[in-house]
Design a protein around this ligand. Structure first.
Ligand code: KG4
Ligand code: ZN
Length: 326
């Protein structure tokens, strides 16, 4: 019989990272192994779902084994298994879910199906330095840009979303226009440090409510790039990167502060891949920020959320879901 207070094995395969982690019931990260497929997808300029699924299939067993070894925990010493159920790429998710079912069944462990977005928020509940709700959370990643009202560790309420691109997508598309490869968010962040953020005044979209829109600023960058010949573009690349990043960060920060004000939230938190952005982190000095290593997709955050997600008694029938419920 599993010891309910034992550590949680988390498995994450929603996109292009195959990850497994062991998190103690008190939130300490005992191991967190992340095998990135970035190089595999870079030549296609984006994640190819079928290629991702096949790679997850090759990696999932060795990654889980490595996570258990790193933690010094055997399957018998676990308290439960937690796996990302969605949102994400269906084929990719199913690989993690199949692995989690097999492990839970073979070891007599309960299995908690985790919402990937709840996982990003739960990156804040890991020790050391766990952050307790209530807070207003900006979740900005490659697939999502959400404002979440978080009242307890068990979930969240969506109060704002993007009406077009996700913030990470806007970073990645901008990076591609500037010849920085895929995924270019981190590279654009680095290039921007050498540029003048006031060089070009990119527009910051104001849409109604607490939503975001990034397609306008992306198109503005496209036109700015098109106006320059190759030599001029090379000379101005850092300025364009810095100005573009300034516009994206300004949009994120303004809306987040506005939401916090409207909801009367005393605390702001930022999670997701874009939370690794240096300018965004600097622009919100009073916010709770997910540790850098836990911003992009990883299984420690999934195990963390798994601590607050009820196990599914009929887990063998568990299915993946592609997009968040409206
Ligand atoms: O959370 P994540 O790993 O995956 C999703 O769930 O989507 O986020 C990945 C996204 C990518 O778009 C990547 O370019 C962006 O996070 N990203 C950054 C930085 N590091 C990663 N964007 C801006 N600045 C960064 N330093
Ligand atoms: Zn993610």
């Amino acid at each position: 019989m599993a010891d309910a207070s034992g550590p949680v094995l988390g498995i994450e395969t929603s996109c292009d990272e195959t990850s497994a982690a062991v998190v103690a019931a008190d939130g300490r990260v005992l191991s967190n192994v992340v095998a990135s497929q970035v190089d595999l997808h870079a030549r296609f300029g984006g994640v190819v779902p079928e290629v991702a699924s096949r790679r997850h299939l090759e990696l999932v067993s060795p990654v889980v084994r490595a996570a258990l070894d790193d933690a010094g925990v055997g399957l018998g010493g676990l308290g439960r298994v937690a796996v990302t159920q969605g949102p994400g790429l269906i084929g990719a998710l199913l690989v993690g879910i199949a692995a989690a079912k097999a492990i839970a069944w073979a070891s007599g462990l309960p299995l908690s199906p985790v919402d990937h977005l709840h996982g990003h928020v739960a990156s804040l509940y890991l020790e050391p330095g766990a952050v307790d709700p209530p807070f207003l959370c900006l979740l900005a990643s490659g697939g999502h840009t959400l404002l979440l009202d978080v009242r307890d560790r068990g979930g969240y309420r969506v109060v704002g979303t993007t009406i077009d691109d996700a913030a990470g997508e806007a970073f990645d598309k901008g990076a591609r226009l500037l010849g920085l490869g895929y995924p270019g968010g981190a590279a654009l962040d680095r290039l921007a440090r050498d540029g003048d953020p006031e060089a070009v005044a990119f527009p910051v979209a104001r849409v109604p409510g607490l939503d975001f829109s990034f397609s306008g600023v992306k198109t503005a960058l496209l036109y700015a790039v098109r106006r320059l010949d190759a030599a001029e573009l090379e000379r101005r690349r850092a300025d364009l990167a810095a100005s573009y990043q300034r516009a994206l960060v300004r949009a994120l920060v303004e809306r987040t502060r506005e939401a916090a004000e409207r909801l009367g939230a005393e605390r702001i938190a930022v999670v997701g891949g874009v939370a690794a952005n240096s300018e965004l982190r600097a622009a919100l000095p009073d916010a709770a920020l997910a540790p850098l290593a836990l911003c992009t997709d990883n299984a420690a955050m999934i195990a963390s959320a798994g601590r607050y997600t009820a196990p599914d008694p009929a887990y063998l029938e568990l299915d993946a879901f592609a997009s968040a419920a409206a």
